[in-house]
Design a protein around this ligand. Sequence first.
Ligand code: SAM
Length: 457
Amino acid sequence: MLPASFLSSLQNVKGFNNNSFEAIHASGEQVTSIRINPAKWTLDTNRFLNNSVSISPENAVPWCKHGYYLPERPSFTLDPLLHAGAYYVQEASSMFLWQMLEQLIPSTTNKKVLDIAAAPGGKSTLLASYFSDGLVIANEVIKARAAVLVENCTKWGSNHVIVTNNDPAHFQSLKNYFDLIVIDAPCSGSGLFRKDSTAINEWSAENVKLCSLRQQRIVADVLPALKKDGILIYSTCSYSPQENEDILDWMIENYQLSSMACNLLPEWNIVENISTKHGATGYRFYPDKLKGEGFFIAAFKKDFLSENAYLKEQELAYPSKKELQVLQSFYPYAEHGAIFKQNNLYRLINKEWMHDLKLIAKHLYIKKAGTEIGAIKNTDVIPSHELAVSTLPLENFTAIETDKETALRYLRKKEITLSSNTGWQLIQFCELPLGWVKVLPNRINNYYPSEWRILKD
Ligand code: SAM
């Protein structure tokens, strides 16, 4: 049963239909959708047939290029391709971010993007795919959740993502820096009532109020970091006007921002809502009107320059000439990127982002930047898992194709048997790498990260 005070708070919201809204929540109907990773799930999908979730053009999410509905919910945990980063399980309404980007930021070249409330990584992986030639900073304030964000961004494999673990206020030092900031704000979560009924008992009007104050604080904290003419996208998975239209009105009252609208196709059944005070446009997604959960999203252009501050850089540690030789002989592609050293591990990032990395390192706590290549032990390299699942070229390594059973044994970090030459080898499934093994004359060492191993039978 949905709380009566919750339902009554929505009576005057455009598009809200009490009867059909209650009925869809009572129906038990569930919608499952995924967004495929265009850097890993290429047009040649035949290799995934019968081995993964099945997708077809008829089941495409209409507003997102890489989104697909699934006919039923499979056991994602037991699909090796999920662990290989071939797709991300994401709620369909929230994929509308892709549509907004296509309409509002058609040119993606060299864009710097911040996802301020990023864990577990749904929006960040979408941004990484959209801004494939940009730089994406995925930030999460809660440490444990930042670890999940690192895991999901690692599996996605993009080399142009930096994961940080900071409070939004820390971004104030990066004045006028980002072309786009996405605030997928922490909220009262009513949009997820259908998926997660425990959220229903946690809902209260007081919490909506607390959330709206927190949302204002986050906006105020990150706005200085947006460039003039940069775009701010604000979203929640709440239906409450206090967390949506009222926040849009509050933004316009306090800052020089222009609301930005998108074109909607009527068959999408997304409801356009205009805020009462200042006429800002937002889009509401109702589960009784479309195939997706409750969601709200709006966009603004920043019309002012924040007071500029000199941005300092932090010098990074770099490999010595000898270390560089060792790394390049193990991984020849390393010479194409910039390599830096962090806690005795070597990382590679595109050369063009090195300056930005130094700025970010000065002001923020970095959990992951670019791709970790590995550690050096004597004259050998111990490769990192990040390299195995990255989208960097890996042709110089030997890859061993396995069946699903072996892939799952590998992902459970159990012993596997293979006939192969000795040395470091990639284990792959459907031609997508899952991680490393080291083949020794008498055994095979499984290097899958212990903390990510599958525990489910
Ligand atoms: N963007 C994510 C995605 O698409 O996968 C979902 C983000 S979730 C709606 C909101 C996030 O904000 C949570 O990860 C939460 O830990 C974080 N959060 C909580 N309090 C916060 C605060 N005061 N400032 C910034 N983020 C906060």
